[in-house]
Design a protein around this ligand. Structure first.
Ligand SMILES: Cc1cc2nc3c(=O)[nH]c(=O)nc-3n(C[C@H](O)[C@H](O)[C@H](O)COP(=O)(O)O)c2cc1C
Length: 339
């Protein structure tokens, strides 16, 4: 497999909206929703991508000639790369009916686990999606992260029973889904949470809890106060609120505010290659999430596509570490990037 073949196949399979672009930079799909685009003006996903590309890496090859170690330890598990596949829901609506969420998650979760990383799975109004995702994760020894929507406490209880059965090593909530058009006025009800409500939810979840959709220092500190184990600095790829800053713009101040705490920091939004992964880690993230390109990998090559794409990213990260004189992830610092 090569990347061009993967993209050509994805283009045949993925419906009318996604163009499976060589560079997934948010431009061709801009404000296409339904579709993989962004809300309103639709420039937030573009801004996410552009912000990473403004940051450059500092080469230094006067170093020992060793193979850099890319492994990540997180919540008691070891991953081959500090990269996770992002949660994507309603794939049939946004990427055509070749796959539904159940089929999509089954492919993604297994392929990511086989590739030595893990996938986040999405959640939606159809309860079968979460059930199937939990079962797919359970089959992979818990190597996956179910992502629940910010439902009411009653519905969350049912979701957490599934999460528990999945034996997943962590659970996430996309708290910013409060801004998704389809979640408004929904039954069961969903929406934003107070710190107290979030603390209760985190306690009920009973495993490392990841709050996804943090874009401010205030939000990060509230997630910490509620007892989160990790946050994802994310604007949901521009899909929940128009005209947000890029995640790379807000990451440094959030990292600074959380210095000294053991809260883990993940980031997503426009991270497209191993060099971007390196930059995110240099800015203080512990790991990254990549979402839309993994959809393309599934539509373009199913399990093989996901494994191929993961290895591509991993190799790019490893090459960049080598070229910047870094032998393990903990050695990646701001000294290796230029703003
Ligand atoms: C079609 C589509 C569906 C998504 N569904 C979910 C979801 O169900 N839960 C969630 O937390 N994020 C969801 N996201 C957001 C992604 O997980 C991710 O935060 C965002 O796309 C930014 O990453 P990217 O630029 O690598 O795509 C979705 C994104 C897209 C494009």
């Amino acid at each position: 497999m090569d990347y061009k073949t993967l993209l050509d196949t994805a283009r045949e399979n993925n419906g009318p909206y996604c163009k499976a672009c060589l560079v997934c930079n948010g431009r061709a799909c801009k404000n296409t929703m339904p579709g993989p685009g962004a809300k309103g003006v639709g420039d937030t996903a573009i801004r996410n991508y552009d912000a990473w590309k403004k940051i450059r890496v500092n080469m230094d090859t006067l170093n020992a000639n060793t193979i850099p170690d890319t492994t990540l330890e997180l919540f008691g598990r070891t991953f081959k790369y500090p990269i996770f596949a992002g949660p994507v829901g309603a794939v049939n609506l946004h990427y055509g009916d070749k796959l539904n969420d159940v089929q999509y998650n089954a492919i993604l979760v297994k392929a990511c686990a086989d590739a030595g990383i893990a996938a986040f799975t999405g959640d939606g109004t159809n309860p079968e999606v979460m059930k199937a995702a939990a079962s797919a994760i359970e089959k992979c020894n818990g190597a996956g992260i179910p992502t629940v929507k910010p439902w009411d406490q009653e519905t969350l209880k049912e979701k957490f029973a599934l999460v528990k059965a999945s034996q997943s090593f962590a659970v996430a909530m996309d708290i910013d889904a409060a801004g998704l058009p389809f979640l408004q006025n929904l039954n069961p009800p969903a929406g934003s949470k107070t710190v107290e409500e979030m603390a209760e939810i985190i306690k009920a979840a009973g495993k490392p809890f990841i709050v996804k959709g943090i874009m401010t220092v205030a939000g990060a500190l509230k997630a910490k106060e509620a007892g989160a184990a990790a946050i994802v600095v994310s604007n949901h790829g521009g899909r929940v609120q128009d005209q947000c800053p890029a995640t790379a713009e807000v990451l440094p101040e959030i990292v600074e505010a959380l210095k000294g705490s053991d809260l883990k920091i993940l980031v997503d939004g426009g991270i497209r290659d191993g060099v971007d992964v390196f930059k995110a880690l240099a800015m203080g993230a512990d790991a990254v999430i990549i979402a839309r390109p993994y959809v393309t990998a599934v539509y373009g090559g199913a399990e093989e596509g996901v494994k191929f794409f993961t290895e591509k990213l991993g190799k790019e990260l490893q090459d960049t570490m080598k070229m910047c004189g870094v032998s393990k992830l903990s050695e990646i610092t701001e000294a290796q990037i230029r703003y």
